[in-house]
Structure formats: C-alpha cells, structure tokens
Design a protein around this ligand. Structure first.
Ligand code: LLP
Length: 431
C-alpha cells in the first residue's frame, strides 16, 4: 500500500485508519471525500517538530489552507499550534468562524481587494504578505484608518525554476506573484514599505513552487533571499527579522514518486540558512514555512461508485465513476497522476488496463489513463488515493453536480465534517 494508514481487511476491502471504505461509501454515499484525521495531525506534528528542532522555537509553519479549507480543519490546525495562511475573504471568514487565533493568520494572495484588506485589518490578522505597490498603499491606508500598525512581509520572486509542473511553479521572474529581485522591483517595494508609518515591516517571503522533491530549489531560494536581505541591509540599513520560505514539499501520488524525508530536508535547509547568514554577517532569522499539500494530501482519499464499464475493443476500456473533474479537476488541469484501487477487492490482482472517467460532459474529464484495476463492475466502489489536497478545495459545481460530503476518520470511527450538498442547496442562492 502507498501509505501505512491503508490496509485490506478480512473482506478484501480497503481500509483507511482502520475503517472499511466500502462501509463508508454505503453509509455516506458517493462521491465521498475521506480524511484520516490522525494522519493530518501526524503531518502537522512532523512539521512543527522538525522546524522547532532545526530553525528554533520561534519558527512557525503556516498551513496553506488553499489545499483544504473547512471549519473543522481550521480547528485542527489551531489545536496543533500551527499558523494559517489564507488567500481570500472566504478562507479568512472560515478561520474566524472556526475560532482560529487571528494573530496566527498570514494573509496572502496576488490581488487582495480593498475590502479583503480592510477585513483582515479589522479582524486583526497577524501579518499580510504584500504582493505589489497598490496593495502596500491599501494596507497603509486601512491601517491608518483603523489606527493600528500592521505587520507585513513582502513577497519576493527569487527567479528559480523548481522543476515542477509549469502551472504550479510560482517563483520565476515572470510570475504573476510577488516582486522580482532581478528587475529592481523588490528593492523598490522594500523602500516603500519602510516609508509607511502604519506598517511594521517584518521581512521577506518567497515560494518557489509546489510538488517539489529536491532540496536544491529551496537551497537556491535561501542563497538568493539572503543575498537580497544583505543587499537591503547595505542599501537601507534595514535588517529583516523574518524569512518565510513558502510551501511546496512533494507527496507520493503513485509508487513512482520518491519518499521525501521531511526532517532531513528541513535539517538541510536550516543548516544552509545558518551557514549563509553567518557569511553575510546577518543575525538569526525567524523562519516561517507554508506547507499545504504535504499536510493533507496523503490523509485523503475519494470514494466513487462505478457506473458503466465500456470496452472499446482495440482501443480503450472506460470505467466511469459518479464524480470526476467537478470534485477532482487535477487530471484535467495538470494531467496529475493518481493511484486508484477497486476498494471492494483491494488485494486482488489488478489486471484491467483502463481509463477512469468522470461523469461530466467533457472528454477531458478523467481521473487517469492507463490505470490498472481489478476489473470493476457497476455498483462497486473505487478509491482514488492521495486526494486530501487541492480536490475538495478546487471542486466546482459543473453540470450542476452537488458537491460531495467530507468525512473524518479518527480512532476507527467516522463522522461528517462537511455535509453533502443537496439538490435544494443548489437552488438556495437562485433568486
Ligand atoms: N504558499 C504559497 C504562497 C503558495 O502559493 C502555495 C501554493 C503554498 C504556500 C502551498 O504549497 P504546497 O505546500 O501545497 O505545495 N492547485 C495545484 C497547487 C497550487 C499551489 C499553489 N500555491 C495542484 O493541485 O497541484
């Protein structure tokens, strides 16, 4: 099995966290998102533990809630003592209603609206990660109006190619995110931030990309950021206190993906950072990170019911399920690879080569191609593994499909964390 929390029981059914997935599908219906809460907790603890050990007690991982955001997830992150990265009024509102401590929220995004900035300041978010000149002006204006001093980091594009899918690489010079060092924009915005009386400028942020398995892009980011921090110190006298290295650690979607040793990885980055900052004569920095995918992806799976099995001799075998791109658009967007199992016969030999297709009116609506499955029949349950990140959060209502429910599995029991959208819900907002 891809992960240790997955197993096969005496009925031959796939289990997650000790709970029978076929029974879950029967109890809650499909499509169904299932999240193993203990696994999410374990992932949070690995981050917090490794970061505290190697970066020091003042460091903080901010969970990137874009990966998976709902009220109880925010509560869990709060219980685990992590910070929360939000990018919209919606994520911020969810966090606030869940009782998340606002001083541990970082407000991100490349185009925050004036209303969102005002909302963030009035709720007392810990810091904003500013992305552009207009935003800095809006934060200054709003902080002045509220009579507060707002903490801000500046997002800088270090200009690194992280060797990941082009659509999820974000740290390059021509990226829509942040201010490039190379063009002089980062220095210009730094000076602007330093001149704002209602802004407490805390330091810098960078994020090179997502689903990264190599340490080298992170080590290069450290080099470039420290070089820039030293340059800023020489030119303005300002010494950054915080360095946020973003998120991006890869997870295993299939057996071909490497296993990443988080602790070793963080150790390497921390050692490198310490060596470099000494070389530049800089004081110790408080390090933040923003893991999203690596906190939730491997804790999740999606259950579907098989509908038609269409064999086109000499061409393809289609296994259609009762969900697809509306609940998981990642194949359609990135040709993302997944591991799929027949949850009812999880230990049987997978000998049917097939394309697992969704039910939307789009030929691109696939979960994956060339997948090996123990031949499924109509009514059987399929499990798509590693769907905890960027599935629920990227779901749409295409074809007027109601959004699936999400259940937590914990201590061998299950409970609904987000209820299934009903047909009536679909009309709720129609006037
Ligand atoms: N911080 C910033 C500023 C980000 O832009 C992101 C992700 C993260 C942290 C979290 O990165 P992670 O640890 O999850 O790799 N929808 C795509 C992923 C987009 C990631 C966008 N930014 C996917 O499904 O693969």
């Amino acid at each position: 099995m891809l992960y240790t929390n997955l197993s096969v029981n005496e009925k031959g059914h796939l289990t997650v966290g000790g709970v029978d997935t076929v029974a879950l599908a029967k109890e809650y219906g499909t499509p169904l998102y299932v999240m193993d809460k203990d696994r999410v907790r374990a992932n949070c603890r690995s981050y917090l533990g490794a970061m505290r050990k190697y970066f020091g007690e003042d460091c903080l991982p901010y969970y990137a809630s874009k990966a998976l955001c709902f009220a109880d997830m925010c509560r869990l992150v709060a219980q685990e003592g992590m910070g929360l990265d939000v990018v919209s009024a919606g994520e911020l509102y969810t966090a606030q209603k869940a009782g998340f401590p606002m001083e541990k929220v970082g407000f991100h995004g490349n185009n925050k609206t004036d209303e969102e900035i005002a909302m963030g300041i009035s709720l007392g978010v810990g810091h904003f990660v500013a992305d552009a000149a207009e935003e800095i002006e809006a934060i200054e204006r709003e902080a002045a109006r509220a009579g507060v001093t707002q903490k801000v980091l500046l997002r800088v594009t270090p200009g690194i190619d992280p060797h990941t899918h082009a659509k999820i690489a974000t740290g390059m010079v021509d990226s829509k995110f942040g201010a490039a060092i190379e063009t002089g924009s980062a220095m210009e915005l730094t000076k602007k931030l330093l001149s704002c009386p209602h802004i407490a400028f805390e330091g810098f942020h960078c994020h090179v990309g997502s689903q990264i398995f190599e340490a080298s892009p992170f080590l290069s980011a450290v080099d470039i950021m420290l070089d820039f921090i030293a340059q800023v110190m020489a030119e303005t006298g300002y010494i950054a206190r915080v360095l946020n290295l973003g998120g991006g650690f890869g997870v295993r979607y299939t057996e071909e993906d490497p296993k990443l040793n988080l602790e070793k990885f963080i150790h390497m980055v921390a050692d490198h950072l310490d060596t470099k900052r000494r070389e530049y004569g800089l004081p110790r920095l408080t390090v933040y990170m923003e893991p999203g995918r690596s906190i939730v992806a491997d804790a999740g799976l999606t259950l579907y019911t098989v509908g038609t099995v269409k064999k086109i001799p000499g061409y393809k075998n289609y296994v259609s399920v009762d969900g697809g791109m509306a609940d998981n658009p990642r194949y359609a967007l990135y040709e993302a690879k997944y591991t799929v199992l027949n949850a009812e016969r999880a230990a049987e030999k997978a000998d049917l080569v097939c394309t697992v297709a969704g039910r939307c009116c789009e030929s691109g609506d696939l979960i994956g191609e060339n997948m090996m499955l123990a031949e499924p029949k109509r009514g059987e349950i399929l499990a798509v593994l590693t769907t905890g990140a960027y599935n629920f959060s990227m779901a749409s209502g295409y074809n007027r499909l109601a959004r699936p429910a999400l259940v937590w599995v914990e201590n061998k029991e299950s409970r609904v964390a987000v209820r299934r959208e009903s047909l009536a819900d679909l009309l709720e907002k129609d006037l």
